[in-house]
Design a protein around this ligand. Structure first.
Ligand code: HEM
Length: 404
């Protein structure tokens, strides 16, 4: 039982972006089922987070939120109009089941495994460029372009203005933060409209130019007479495209940063490639590139003596669950790439919305992180890293390294 006392959870506090972990520890200890001033509920303990994610009676569809800030709701409606996304991340069964089944069909384990040689080539190319230049900025040179290029190649996207698309995508994922300003909301709505427009054009082009790629497979995905409507198709592609790179960048960038700060752990990964997969799971646990996931109550529920009304947002702090000593033991706050049960983390969520790209993200991170450490065994951090300031998709914007 927590030693109860109210704690203010303020992710806008100075220093939070760099180091949210002490905030989570305090909340786990004193106020683990927390009602924030934003009226949302937050869960910080591993057991509560896991139970929430696996509870089939909860919703992920924003339309079910009853208790809301009317002013912000109006601002959101103005910004987004009625064009609600049909992405599977925000849909409940039976739509979710149908959308996920259709997309999974084009996203099989064998098609992910077949990407390994292409990922090795992309990583080697990025490391060659760093070697030639004699300097490196891990995020811009490797962590960002790798997942971006991989998801673009997988989907079979035509060459487009990568910088523009990256800027739109970055504005869109800001909406995943528990707090955003109205300006950020409007910027996200504009970016979303622009990306949707581009994707609609790309899909039309792909219909006329089918190829051996994921987008072609999605266009022709059928099951028992079922299919994706044009809008559903566009929204699943947007989800794959954005989720495909905005998260993995933070696993690779922050993961390398954490290893460079711990030369003993980096040496273990460098010297034993067989440890790579477990090390990636431990980094997923330790850095939690997606820090929060959300659910909406459809009826009144009770958690640890707190009544949560129907229609409320409940945020599951995945990052806090991944550092909960009640689950991981007294060394929960330490990075141990040999941790036996590292793969039990909730960094990819749990239950019916468990990350569809988990094996792809792990493959990319294993190759990128392992190859970087082996190519530059004496690498070290060269300048103070720059954090991206995001509350949910937390990570680094810049990590300059000395290649040794
Ligand atoms: C380190 C990288 C990644 C992390 C930490 C991550 C994390 C997550 C989490 C936590 C969820 C579940 C959200 C919830 O329960 O509400 C999720 C869902 C999802 N992710 Fe990932 N993800 C990563 C990479 C990827 C990649 C590379 C792709 C695709 C190419 C992808 C595609 C998806 C999709 C489609 C869903 C929605 C699944 C559903 O609603 O059924 N993710 N991801």
């Amino acid at each position: 039982m927590a030693d109860a006392r109210p704690v203010v959870f303020n992710p806008l506090e100075e220093g939070y972006a760099e180091d949210p972990w002490p905030h989570f520890a305090e909340l786990r200890d004193h106020d683990p089922v927390h009602r924030s001033v934003m009226t949302n509920w937050f869960l910080f303990r591993h057991a509560d987070v896991l139970a929430l994610l696996r509870d089939p009676s909860l919703s992920v569809d924003d339309a079910n939120v009853l208790v809301r800030d009317e002013e912000r709701y109006q601002a959101a409606r103005e910004a987004y109009g009625d064009e609600r996304s049909t992405s599977m991340l925000g849909r409940d069964a039976p739509d979710h089941t149908r959308l996920r089944r259709l997309v999974s069909k084009a996203f099989t384990p064998s098609s992910i495994a077949a990407l390994e040689p292409a990922i090795v080539d992309l990583v080697d190319g990025a490391l060659d460029e760093m070697t030639e230049r004699g300097s490196g900025e891990v995020v811009g040179d490797l962590a960002f372009p790798l997942p971006f290029d991989v998801i673009s190649v997988m989907l079979g996207m035509p060459e487009s203005d990568a910088e523009q698309v990256a800027a739109w995508s970055s504005a869109i994922v800001k909406t995943l933060d528990p707090i955003i300003t109205e300006d950020e909301m409007r910027a996200a709505a504009d970016a979303s409209a622009n990306l949707r427009g581009l994707l609609a054009e790309v899909i039309e082009w792909k219909r006329a130019n089918p190829a051996d790629d994921l987008l072609t497979a999605l266009i022709s995905a059928h099951e028992d007479g079922d299919h994706l409507s044009p809008r559903e198709l566009r929204d699943q592609v947007q989800l794959l495209f954005v989720a495909g790179h905005e998260t993995t960048v933070n696993l690779i960038g922050t993961g390398i940063h954490e290893l460079l700060a711990r030369p003993d752990q980096a040496a273990l990964v460098r010297d034993d490639p067989a440890l790579g997969a477990n090390a990636v799971d431990e980094l997923l646990r330790f850095v939690s590139p997606v820090q929060f996931s959300r659910r909406i109550t459809l009826r009144d529920i009770e958690i640890d003596g707190h009544r949560i009304d129907a229609g409320m947002f409940v945020m599951a702090a995945l990052a806090s669950a991944n550092h909960d000593p009640a689950r991981w033991g007294p060394d929960a706050e330490e990075l141990d790439v040999r941790r036996r049960d590292a793969g039990q983390h909730v960094a990819f969520g749990s239950g019916s919305h468990y990350c569809l790209g988990a094996s792809l993200a792990k493959l990319e991170a294993r190759i990128a992180i392992g190859s970087f450490l082996r190519r530059f065994p004496a690498a070290g951090v060269a300048a103070e890293p720059v954090w991206n300031g995001r509350i949910n998709l937390r990570g680094l914007d810049r990590l300059e390294v000395d290649l040794g």
